[in-house]
Design a binder for this molecule. Structure first.
Ligand SMILES: [Zn+2]
Length: 140
């Protein structure tokens, strides 16, 4: 049965993929884009839009799989580091609305994922404390 979600078509076996890890709740496959060899996509089998709606019973299996896959990528492909990333929404360039974590080998100076366009100034403690309190009060 085909589905409009590209990742559901992979998790249900409709579309082919090169499988790295196949578990009850989690699937990891090779990304089609191999800027550095070893780029893996890790996702829950169920369609969950992003980590904000991840059921707690899937959080453990997903993070355990992330740890195992990252260890394997690190050992199996040349790298000078690894980036894990998960994007939410268009401003963060989320391309598929089905939670996925990229596991990507890094090389020094490769120019990927430059986090800040300019180095931001440090924020004072009072402001940081205020922001932390705001987020604490919003924790689900
Ligand atoms: Zn999906």
């Amino acid at each position: 049965m085909s589905d409009s979600c590209a990742f559901c078509r992979i998790t249900d076996g409709t579309d082919e993929a090169s499988v790295v890890l196949d578990e009850e709740h989690v699937l990891a496959v090779m990304d089609l884009r191999q800027f550095h060899p070893g780029h893996v996509l890790l996702m829950p089998r169920r369609r969950i839009p992003d980590v904000r709606t991840l059921p707690s019973e899937l959080a453990g299996p997903l993070m355990r799989a992330a740890s195992r896959v990252t260890t394997a990528v690190s050992d199996a492909f040349p790298n000078e580091g690894i980036s894990l990333w998960h994007s939410i929404g268009s401003a963060a360039f989320q391309e598929v609305p089905h939670l996925h974590i990229h596991v990507h080998p890094r090389r020094a100076g490769d120019g990927l994922l430059a986090v800040y366009p300019d180095h931001p100034p440090s924020t004072d403690r009072a402001s940081l404390d205020e922001m932390a309190a705001r987020i604490r009060s919003a924790l689900p």
